[in-house]
Write a new protein. Structure first.
Length: 459
């Protein structure tokens, strides 16, 4: 592209170019503008030509990464939420072929009807992630810049820590995290502590071990003896870790609201960072009552899809911190919208993250661009293979409890094919072709219209 062509693309006609306007732009200005655009890609003509999928991680680890290929030789990565089926993404392939991935919001609005809460959002969001990666690579800028810029250069993370019934062991494990530089912790304090201690639970036969019945319907009650076990457990850990480090608490068990309130009040003296998912996120009124009954911040949200799912919690001030998982909540832009909406209601945002480095860095860019971000989860800090599956980024990925925000285009990462292949089973391929999904047809529109030539409706 020469200087004249550049000026025309910027909106100046031939007459303006021939007169005094070019004096506004030196050759250096034009060259600098050209240098910011990836010349291997002409963004306005970029088209999606293929979708392929590979499983990431060791045997049994269900994390599926998609790759969107284009007509200009660049590709973008996205990830289906942990534990979800790759079919959630593949079924959408025919609906996005030929689309320009730089039109991220347009594509997301086209396919978001196929998402849902929890893992059902996995396919939609994986495509949204990959489109942002492609757009960033096409324009030569990091994803956070396209979300409005960044508020921070590094992202604080807390790490999932293996649980122990022994509070001394658990306390030492958490203290080791602090010694490694982590400035925020989380642990489980739940029903598993009590199952083998007589007199700590009152429950219908067989109900204590169920995980498929929502909290209000289990009939499980905690006794004063059970509350004392919880209090002693947390007190011991606080003594070991200290009071300066925030410690959040998760996985209480399927207790009804009344017992959640008893637990919350019993643990209030330990100044915990938050109580997580004490009751199902759908039960807004129960969250209101829970928050009004204790003095510890209340958090939920990792299974909520789209900002509309968070609105009842925000409008009723039912929580102190929202907790979207970007791979469920709607992707980079939607999660930033959720954070901004939360901020308007005086609510902070933490991020749940249990995926591969593709979801990790999608979340990092979103967190960098969201003002009221607090901290992000990381489930695989102890897995040596985790950092090996990506290149193009400084390692280790987590340093002193933080992840640096990448400055390279898109998500800022490339996959390491050799490292990923090491974990594939014999029947698995590295981004195998998926032509069987190219031609799926469906009448997807959610509204009807009349044909211009008559009164017959398309439905």
């Amino acid at each position: 592209m020469n200087r004249r062509q550049m000026l025309k693309r910027m909106g100046f006609g031939a007459g303006a170019v021939a007169t005094g306007v070019p004096a506004l732009f030196s050759d250096a200005d034009v060259q600098a503008a050209q240098g910011r655009v990836n010349r291997a890609s002409e963004p306005s003509l970029l088209k999606i030509t293929d979708m392929r999928i590979v499983r990431m991680g060791p045997k049994g680890w269900r994390r599926y990464v998609i790759r969107l290929d284009t007509n200009q030789g660049i590709h973008g990565y996205g990830e289906v939420r942990d534990g979800a089926s790759p079919t959630y993404a593949l079924m959408l392939k025919s609906r996005i072929l030929g689309e320009n991935p730089c039109n991220v919001d347009k594509i997301f609005r086209k396919i978001k009807q196929f998402g849902g809460h929890a893992r059902q959002a996995g396919g939609v969001v994986s495509i949204e992630m990959a489109c942002w990666d492609l757009a960033g690579k096409a324009w030569g800028v990091p994803c956070y810049q396209m979300l409005g810029g960044k508020f921070r250069d590094r992202i604080r993370v807390y790490t999932d820590t293996p649980w122990s019934k022994d509070p001394e062991v658990m306390g030492k494990r958490l203290k080791e995290r602090v010694d490694r530089g982590f400035t925020f912790l989380k642990m489980d304090v739940g029903i598993n502590l009590l199952k083998e201690i007589p007199g700590t639970l009152t429950a219908p036969e067989g109900m204590v071990n169920t995980h498929n019945i929502m909290h209000p319907f289990t009939g499980i009650r905690i006794t004063d003896k059970g509350l004392a076990v919880f209090k002693d457990y947390v007190a011991t850990i606080r003594d070991i870790v200290g009071w300066e480090i925030p410690i959040a608490v998760d996985h209480f068990g399927h207790f009804p609201l009344e017992d959640c309130i008893k637990i919350a009040q019993a643990l209030d003296p330990f100044n915990l960072a938050w109580y997580e998912d004490m009751v199902p996120w759908q039960l807004t009124d129960q969250y209101v009552k829970l928050r009004q009954s204790c003095n510890t911040p209340i958090l939920t949200g990792e299974d909520i899809y789209l900002k509309e799912g968070f609105m009842p919690l925000f409008e009723k001030k039912a929580i102190a911190i929202c907790h979207p998982d970007l791979a469920t909540s709607g992707g980079l832009l939607e999660t930033k919208k959720i954070g901004d909406l939360a901020m308007e209601h005086g609510i902070a945002m933490a991020l749940h993250m249990a995926g591969s480095p593709v979801t990790l860095y999608s979340s990092v860019h979103c967190a960098a661009a969201t003002d009221n971000f607090l901290v992000m989860e990381h489930h695989n800090i102890d897995d040596e293979w985790y950092d090996t599956v990506v290149d193009g980024i400084e390692k280790p990925l987590v340093q002193d409890g933080y992840v640096k925000v990448p400055e390279s285009p898109g998500l800022g990462i490339e996959l390491n094919e050799e490292a990923i292949r090491e974990h594939l089973e014999k029947e698995e391929e590295y981004f195998a072709p998926t032509p069987e999904w190219d031609e799926e047809k469906s009448w997807d529109r959610l509204w009807s219209r009349k044909k211009s030539s008559g009164f017959i409706k398309n439905v």
